[in-house]
Design a protein around this ligand. Structure first.
Ligand code: COA
Length: 260
């Protein structure tokens, strides 16, 4: 695969997608959306990629939003298509059957924040700034931000953030539960790699079931959600990994999972 606006590397079970328009603070233009769409599809289906990491090129930004230059003269119908397309791509990422990690190495604003929120886990550099500043352009988040932000931080805080356009320091994003961990910028990729190693040592099917139960279960009422959990739990009992996991515990050794 060769792309112009992103880089992709698959190594040791980890696929790393780097948003690569550092001069524009990795702003997501139409081409980048197209390339991400293709890359996510590829990572989702490639068995060599067991975990996906998304980060930004350079040391300033994860992504500073959708490319505002492409908003000039956008009519409402084009805006509707743009929003739905971005939402679809981020939903593909959110429902990808393997763990996804945002390594937030700087600004994660607008579409960048929306991309981060569609990942399973976000680790941030202490230099990161996170927010949905669309209001300053006279618009609102359109790639899932109004929905994911309210679900992550609660309605009131989400409305405050989207109505003010405030950009939060990393520590504040951590306090709100928008990211899981904040580390010195220089250590970000090492910490993310450590997380990848921990995930790679787990069984792929069980990881996938965690994700499916959470993603499907949080869309529905508790009784339906716990039923989804029961189905996902019972499916784990079809795997060799479950046999190995239980056996390893009883034999007081570390399990060696095969992902099946
Ligand atoms: N779309 C297009 N270009 C963008 C961009 C975006 N979302 N964000 C940054 N850039 C470009 C700038 O236009 C500038 O390009 P130039 O050098 O050709 O003029 C370059 O990236 C560097 O940004 P600059 O604004 O000069 O850096 P800064 O340090 O002064 O400010 C930000 C950084 C992130 C605060 C500022 O760029 C910003 O507010 N960006 C827009 C954020 C936003 O509203 N995102 C939501 C979009 S829907």
């Amino acid at each position: 695969m060769s792309f112009e606006t992103i880089l992709i590397k698959i190594e040791g079970g980890v696929a790393t997608v780097t948003l690569n328009r550092p001069q524009q603070l990795n702003a997501l233009n139409r081409q980048m959306f197209r390339e991400l769409d293709e890359a996510f599809e590829e990572v989702a289906t490639d068995p060599a990629a067991r975990v996906l990491v998304i980060t930004g090129a350079g040391d300033r930004a994860f992504a500073a939003g959708a490319d505002i230059r492409e908003f000039v003269d956008m009519d409402p119908v084009a805006a509707l298509d743009f929003s739905r397309n971005a939402q679809r791509i981020f939903r593909t990422l959110e429902t990808m059957p393997k763990p996804t990690i945002a390594a937030v190495n700087g600004f994660a604003l607008g579409g960048g924040c929306e991309l981060m929120m569609a990942c399973d886990i976000a680790y941030a550099a202490d230099t990161a700034r996170v927010g949905q500043p669309e209001i300053t352009l006279g618009i609102i988040p359109g790639a899932g931000g109004t929905q994911r932000l309210s679900r992550l931080v609660g309605k009131q805080k989400a409305k405050e953030l989207m109505m003010t356009g405030d950009m939060l320091p990393a520590e504040e994003a951590l306090r709100l539960g928008l990211v899981c961990k904040v580390v010195p910028a220089a250590d970000l990729m090492t910490e993310v790699q450590k997380l990848c190693e921990r995930l790679l040592s787990k069984g792929d099917v069980a990881l996938r079931m965690v994700k499916e139960a959470v993603e499907a279960g949080t869309q529905v009422d508790l009784a339906s959600g716990t039923e989804i959990e029961a189905k996902a739990w019972s499916l784990c009992f079809t795997t060799e990994d479950y046999v190995e996991g239980v056996k390893a515990f009883l034999e007081k050794r570390k399990a060696s999972f095969k992902g099946r």
